[in-house]
Design a protein around this ligand. Structure first.
Ligand code: SF4
Length: 308
């Protein structure tokens, strides 16, 4: 009997070790990816005061948590201040964030602004409220950043948000435009950063569950989730299942743009383009057939493919 109990205990112990190991791996991966994005885009510099916008959703909790870990390890000194904008949506549980932030021991500020009533007053029933709501929120957050002396404004958008925006702009807006990892505000006064730019949503979801973040539901305003974004999300989830690596590849293409092979005449001087007689041995060969797989092998064939 004791032997059976021992073996059950051992199995439970091993399972718990495996879970702890996976959770630790996830934490390390998040720190690595966030650190990499910060470095690649020079998001945070010595002496910065980073205002982390906290909505109460899984992504912004994960952002704050990982930035706090990185601050401990970073060779530079920077400050963090968490900011939540309480938009006075019905049933917003306004005690949750202050309690969480107190217990975390991070500097924080709760900004109370009733944008909910403004939006409800100005937007007719049944129309989408998000665009006015986000505009109001943006203005308030810029003002709060000034008041707090924040030099960077960090948002919790992740890789999948960036890709969804990219597809939305392409499918419905006719633009090749994503969501930048680092952005100067229109008035030129604020620097917005997205340190989760390399992180998959799946990872912030898991991390939020592991850490038990006190999530606040995001549908309190009563607005329906954007249908087009929902479709794009479903499309990407389907690709992840059926074609592993496709989404990753599309994401990496956002950092490897070849203006000469697109059609934007402002980005590349097509109209003035002239043959200059200079061969480019490193031209576009990514999708060339391997020479051995080409039916007619010969320098002429290969060089033609390079000019595709
Ligand atoms: S979902 Fe609600 S809170 Fe969020 S931007 Fe839209 S209207 Fe504003």
């Amino acid at each position: 009997m004791n032997a059976v109990i021992d073996s059950v205990d051992q199995a439970a112990g091993k399972a718990a070790d495996k879970v702890a190991y996976e959770n630790n791996k996830l934490h390390k991966r998040l720190c690595r990816l966030v650190g990499q994005a910060i470095g690649d885009f020079n998001m945070i510099e010595e002496g910065d005061k980073v205002m982390v916008c906290l909505s109460g959703g899984k992504d912004s909790y994960a952002l704050l948590d990982i930035l706090m870990t990185l601050r401990e390890r970073a060779p530079i000194h920077f400050e963090i201040v968490a900011v939540n904008l309480d938009q006075k949506q019905p049933n917003f549980p306004d005690h949750i964030l202050p309690a969480y932030l107190e217990q975390l021991g991070v500097a924080y500020h709760i900004e109370n602004q009733d944008t909910y009533s403004i939006v409800k007053r100005l937007i007719p029933e049944g129309k989408t409220t998000c665009s006015l709501c986000s505009r109001l929120r943006r203005g308030i957050l810029y003002r709060v950043a000034d008041e707090l002396g924040a030099t960077k404004i960090a948002l919790g958008h992740h890789r999948d948000d960036i890709l969804e925006t990219f597809f939305l702009n392409m499918f419905f807006g006719g633009k090749l435009k994503g969501m930048p990892a680092k952005l100067m505000s229109d008035d030129g006064k604020h620097m917005v950063i997205r340190p989760l730019a390399y992180v998959k949503e799946e990872d912030t979801e898991r991390y939020a569950a592991v850490k038990g973040f006190p999530i606040i539901p995001c549908d309190l305003c009563g607005s329906q989730e954007n249908l087009q974004r929902k479709q794009i999300k479903a499309m990407m989830r389907d690709w992840e299942k059926k074609f592993p690596g496709r989404v990753e590849s599309i994401f990496s293409s956002l950092s490897t743009v070849v203006p000469s092979h697109l059609m934007d005449r402002d980005l590349f001087g097509f109209t003035d383009l002239q043959a200059d007689g200079q061969a480019n041995p490193l031209g576009d060969i990514a999708f060339d057939e391997e020479p051995c797989a080409t039916p007619t092998t010969g320098a002429g064939v290969i060089s033609l493919q390079r000019g595709d």
